[in-house]
Design a protein around this ligand. Structure first.
Ligand SMILES: *Cc1c(COP(=O)(O)O)cnc(C)c1O
Length: 390
């Protein structure tokens, strides 16, 4: 039945199971365990002969509603919710890889993911090679006989590089690998990686799915075969989503398309305005015709999202001056909030990288990132304006 509905309807309606109280909203099941009618029923549910809830580390009705709703929006068979975006990535790697396996990853991924791959998974014999996300030849060259997984985030943070999901899926499958896409920046409102051939979609629900900066959570979406393994790992290892957070994210999903369209429209306006400014050397936003993968972004995304970065002529001094002059935009590294945020990547999110690695990733000292919120765009522009030095 749900396949007949369009995105905005699925976002509001799918996954809801009403209790006998006739409630209109989704209830929050704050219970750690579940009661059985009889010893025989307990035995049947524990043995898997009968479906049912046992313990909220495994399943919880509020969490299940969130999982079913997000799976419907991403067009995936199944979703497993996790305690954070990082838990979603860790659970996927632990469930789908073995010691001795190799991964190829975009080098432009969320910083903690690089640390997870390079410092932690490597201790269990899983090695990772890094490539530029938009360089298909580099991806192909990095694949080894023991490569099992390709990992990409598109658009990338903060440089808005775009990876070709369809081409990467073909490359992955021709080498018997899985393609995992971190869809955090676009969300299913703007980009559907599974429909383009990806095997697994990862989310940090902390960002646009919540959309209001309230809770930490994550999700893994994909086919039953892979997701059953992810669920098997999660129920034993324990990085499960709390029912309260699942309820917060459910409410977030209901307005996802509206918010993503508004974030995208304001970010595009800000990007065009910044591009005209003499103090700005370059703007990195896939919605601009000057972006090297603008055509690809137009093909694979419905819009260009809410995050942009720009380089100031005056280097670090001008960047810090701008950040310190603004009155409204929050100085914080988070994104996907109703409130606009501003950050200086070279000294915060990417500050632990060596200067050489930072330079090769294009993150100069004059680079500033703004995650455009839902305030009036004129006020956002006026705030940035106060930070320009002539
Ligand atoms: C924030 C983020 C993550 C990690 O998610 P958490 O919820 O903070 O654990 C993963 N990928 C991307 C692209 C992110 O922005």
């Amino acid at each position: 039945m749900e396949h007949d509905f369009r995105f905005n309807t699925l976002a509001v309606r799918s996954g809801q199971h009403r209790t006998n109280e006739g409630e209109q909203g989704e209830p929050i099941f704050t219970t750690s365990s579940y009661v059985f009618q009889s010893a025989a029923e307990a035995a049947a549910v524990f043995s898997g002969q009968q479906p049912g809830n046992i313990y909220s580390r495994f399943t919880n009705p509020t969490v299940r509603t969130f999982e079913q709703r997000l799976a419907a929006l991403e067009g995936g068979e199944r979703c497993v919710a996790t305690a954070s975006g990082m838990a979603a990535i860790m659970s996927s790697c632990m469930a789908l890889l073995n010691s001795g396996d190799h991964m190829v990853s975009s080098r432009a991924i969320f910083g903690s993911i690089t640390v997870l791959f390079s410092d932690h998974l490597s201790r269990f014999g899983i090695e990772t090679s890094y490539v530029a996300p938009s360089d298909l030849d580099a991806w192909e060259r990095a694949i080894q006989p023991d490569t099992r997984l390709l990992f990409v985030e598109t658009p990338s943070n903060p440089m808005a590089e775009i990876a070709d999901i369809t081409a990467l899926a073909e490359l992955a499958h021709s080498h018997d690998c899985l393609l995992v896409v971190d869809n955090c920046f676009c969300t299913p409102a703007l980009q559907l990686p599974l429909a383009m051939g990806a095997d697994i979609v990862i989310h940090s629900a902390t960002k646009y799915i919540d959309g209001q900066g309230r809770a930490i959570g994550g999700a893994v979406i994909g086919g039953e075969e892979h997701l059953d393994k992810v669920f098997g790992f999660l129920r034993t290892a324990g990085p499960c989503m709390s029912p309260f957070n699942a309820w917060v994210f459910l409410k977030g999903l209901e307005t996802l398309r509206l918010r993503m369209d508004a974030h995208s429209a304001s970010a595009l306006e800000l990007a065009r305005w910044l591009e005209q400014r003499s103090q700005v050397k370059r703007v990195h936003y896939s919605g601009l015709p000057s972006h090297p993968q603008h055509e690809l972004a137009k093909r694979q995304q419905k819009a260009f999202g809410g995050v942009l970065a720009f380089e100031l002529q005056g280097g670090k001094e001008a960047a810090w001056h701008l950040i310190d002059s603004i009155r409204m935009i929050s100085i914080t590294a988070n994104l996907g909030d109703t409130k606009s945020t501003i950050t200086h990547p070279a000294t915060t999110t990417h500050g632990r990288l060596t200067p050489e690695v930072r330079t090769s990733a294009g993150i100069s000292d004059g680079l500033v990132r703004i995650a455009v919120g839902l305030e009036d765009i004129s006020d956002i522009k006026a705030d940035v304006e106060t930070g320009f030095r002539d």
